[in-house]
Design a protein around this ligand. Structure first.
Ligand SMILES: Nc1ncnc2c1ncn2[C@@H]1O[C@H](COP(=O)(O)OP(=O)(O)OP(=O)(O)O)[C@@H](O)[C@H]1O
Length: 428
């Protein structure tokens, strides 16, 4: 029989000739362990159900799950790495994301995406490679179909360096974001030419810098910072190649236009770009400020620290930038961007962050002296409770904006501190 072409922890893979037509295929055979048999059963089951051009198909299988056959691959991504360039990587991520998206919709999560589990099938006519995801033995199945767990609850699954941190303690909780993480680590391994270790950050640098934001987002330790779906991974991938050729402001314009047209939910690419280009007034004032308030509110509630940083920066640009020929009324848009974030921070009791933002906001408001914005601010100040009112009174003082918001005694802010600070005692 010769040597196997591959040996894994649970199975051996052999080259075999199919009796019926002489076709050369790959035969995967479980090693003599019952867990190996169960994993093979799972692979046969899932890979037969998930028929997709980028998921390894099952050709024939043993009803007792001792073996199955599949098309013979030219090799895996690990072996073929040196023949590929970054465009090949992008194509691969694109198609693998499509395949994972179909699996995720059916509630199957692979949980072991690594360079060795992505195989290349070669088209015999033109030699083109078709990438497929193999080794679905660790897949998490829809709850109703789980027959037997392959590891104890509380045990980690996946491969060191590629498995998402949340799967380390209990692999059974891993869902779509774990596959996003592993795919990001595959990209990091490919671009940096280095094996990822544990959950140590591995980010592209120098000439490969344009991959950095993509890898950073996908491999974030915090699940909420990763792209929320495989479709969002593909959007981030498109941005990799947009970046080097366009100015950051132009890039931001495109991202914001797309976000508004598609009524998007995922702001992470936009936020990363804004955090990387804090110095660019145009990027903030002309583009970032256009994020619709409803989506901005949801994001600011989830990411208070970044929201506070963006809002402070927006307010500073409002004070320092040269307005050129812009309509003065347009200043209400970036002012309102800051106010929306400020409101969210206070309503989530983030008083410290809120105070930092408020100081910059009140300075910007004073600078612009816009009657419309003043009304908005005051009707909001009026409703604040005591704790938020105290924080805002501090910020108003620090910004030198107490006088600007002075009101007649008939104005009754709910917070006593604000009332004392803002209501002019001697007016009639
Ligand atoms: N269809 C195929 N054609 C060619 N080589 C293959 C094919 N399927 C698997 N291999 C190779 O065989 C090796 C072992 O296969 P596989 O990883 O599926 O086994 P496993 O025991 O399930 O592995 P693991 O321990 O990683 O879970 C891999 O390195 C892979 O590259």
């Amino acid at each position: 029989m010769g040597d196997p072409i591959g040996v894994g922890g649970f199975a051996r893979v052999w080259k075999a000739k199919r009796k019926a037509d002489g076709e050369i295929v790959a035969l995967k055979e479980s090693r003599d362990v019952s867990l190996g048999r169960e994993r093979l059963r799972r692979e046969i089951d899932v890979q037969s159900k998930l028929a997709h051009p980028h998921i390894m198909p099952i050709l024939e299988f043993d009803p007792d799950s001792r073996w199955f056959t599949m098309p013979l691959a030219k090799g895996n991504l690990h072996e073929l790495r040196n023949q590929l360039n970054e465009e090949d990587l992008a194509t691969l991520i694109h198609v693998i994301s499509d395949a994972l998206s179909v699996a995720h919709e059916a509630k199957y999560f692979h949980r072991d995406i690594t360079p060795k589990n992505i195989l290349a099938l070669e088209n015999p006519v033109d030699g083109d490679l078709r990438w497929v995801i193999a080794d679905w033995g660790l897949v998490r199945q829809p709850d109703s179909q789980v027959s037997q767990r392959l590891t104890k609850t509380g045990a980690a699954l996946g491969t060191y360096g590629y498995a998402a941190p949340e799967t380390w303690w209990n692999g059974h909780v891993a869902t779509a974001p774990a596959d996003v993480y592993s795919l990001g680590r595959v990209a990091a391994w490919f671009i940096c030419n280095q094996e990822p270790a544990g959950n140590e950050e591995l980010l592209p640098e120098g000439p490969q810098q344009h991959w950095r934001a993509f890898v950073r987002a996908c491999t974030s330790r915090e699940i909420a910072r990763r792209p929320t779906s495989m479709a969002a991974v593909k959007e981030r991938l498109d941005a990799v190649f947009l970046q080097p050729s366009v100015m950051p402001t132009e890039h931001m314009r495109v991202l914001i236009d797309d976000f508004i047209i598609q009524q998007g939910q995922d702001l992470s690419a936009i936020v990363d770009l804004a955090l990387e280009h804090r110095e660019s007034s145009l990027l903030y004032i002309d583009h970032l400020a256009r994020i619709p308030s409803a989506q901005l509110e949801v994001w600011a509630a989830a990411e208070s620290t970044n929201a506070s940083a963006l809002a402070q920066n927006m307010a500073r640009h409002l004070v320092s930038m040269d307005w050129d020929n812009r309509d003065r009324d347009y200043a209400n848009t970036p002012l309102n961007f800051v106010l929306v974030i400020l409101k969210v921070l206070l309503s989530n009791a983030r008083y410290g962050l809120g105070e930092d933002v408020a100081e910059e906001y009140f300075r910007a408001e004073l600078h612009w002296n816009s009657p419309r914005q003043k009304i908005r601010t005051e009707s909001w100040l009026e409703r604040l409770d005591e704790k938020a009112g105290q924080a805002m009174a501090q910020a108003l003082r620090a910004a030198g904006a107490v006088e600007y918001h002075h009101q007649s005694p008939s104005w009754q802010p709910r917070s006593v501190t604000l009332r004392t600070a803002l209501v002019t005692q001697n007016s009639s």
